[in-house]
Design a protein around this ligand. Structure first.
Ligand code: THU
Length: 164
C-alpha cells in the first residue's frame, strides 16, 4: 500500500489586505449577490468573473420551485462570461454569500458541481483561475481550481489513449 498526500496552499486575507483590483472584484460579487433569486433558501450568492481582457461579468444563484432546476451563482456567471466572450480566458473568480442581509462570516466554499464547472473553464483556456472565497471579513484564495478538486475528473478520461 502506498499513500498519496496532497498539500494545498490557501492564502487567507482580511478584506483590508486585498489590493484595489481584488477589492473591486469582491464588491462586484457582493453587489451581484443582492440581485440573486433565492426565495427558497434565502441564501444569496454572488459571483464575479474577471476576464483576461479586464472585463468583470457577474452572476448570482437562480432558484426554481423545482429545486434541482436551480442554478448556482458560479455557473450562472461562468456561463454568462463564456457565452459573451468565448475566446477570452478567465483570470479570477470571487464568490460571496449573504443570509438574512448579512454576508456570511465563513468564506463561501463552492459546491462540488461548481468546482467541476470552474475546472472545465480552467482547462478550456489552459490557464489557472485564481479563486477568491469571501466571507464578511476574511477572504480565502487559491491559485487554481485544481487545488480544491483533487483527483478530479476531466476530459483526459475521454481520450482513447488512456484506455490503451
Ligand atoms: N449556491 C450557490 O449559488 N453556490 C454555491 O457554491 C453553493 C450554493 C446556492 C444554490 C442554492 O440556490 C443556495 O445557494 C442554497 O444552496
Amino acid at each position: 500500500m502506498k499513500k498519496q498526500i496532497y498539500t494545498i496552499e490557501i492564502k487567507s486575507f482580511v478584506v483590508e489586505e486585498l489590493n484595489d483590483a481584488e477589492k473591486h472584484l469582491l464588491e462586484r460579487a457582493q453587489k451581484a449577490s443582492a440581485m440573486a433569486f433565492a426565495p427558497y433558501s434565502a441564501f444569496l450568492v454572488g459571483c464575479a468573473v474577471l476576464l483576461e481582457n479586464g472585463e468583470i461579468l457577474t452572476g448570482n444563484n437562480q432558484e426554481n420551485a423545482s429545486f434541482p432546476a436551480g442554478l448556482c451563482a458560479e455557473r450562472v456567471a461562468l456561463a454568462y462570461a463564456n457565452a459573451t466572450y468565448p475566446d477570452v480566458s478567465v483570470q479570477a473568480v470571487c464568490i460571496v454569500a449573504q443570509l438574512h442581509g448579512t454576508f456570511t462570516a465563513v468564506p463561501l466554499s463552492p459546491c462540488g458541481i461548481c468546482r467541476q464547472t470552474l475546472l472545465e473553464c480552467e482547462n478550456r483556456f489552459g490557464k489557472p483561475i485564481r479563486l477568491y472565497m469571501a466571507g464578511k471579513d476574511t477572504v480565502l484564495q487559491v491559485d487554481s481550481v485544481k487545488d480544491i478538486l483533487p483527483l478530479h475528473f476531466d476530459n483526459q478520461y475521454l481520450l482513447d489513449t488512456l484506455t490503451e
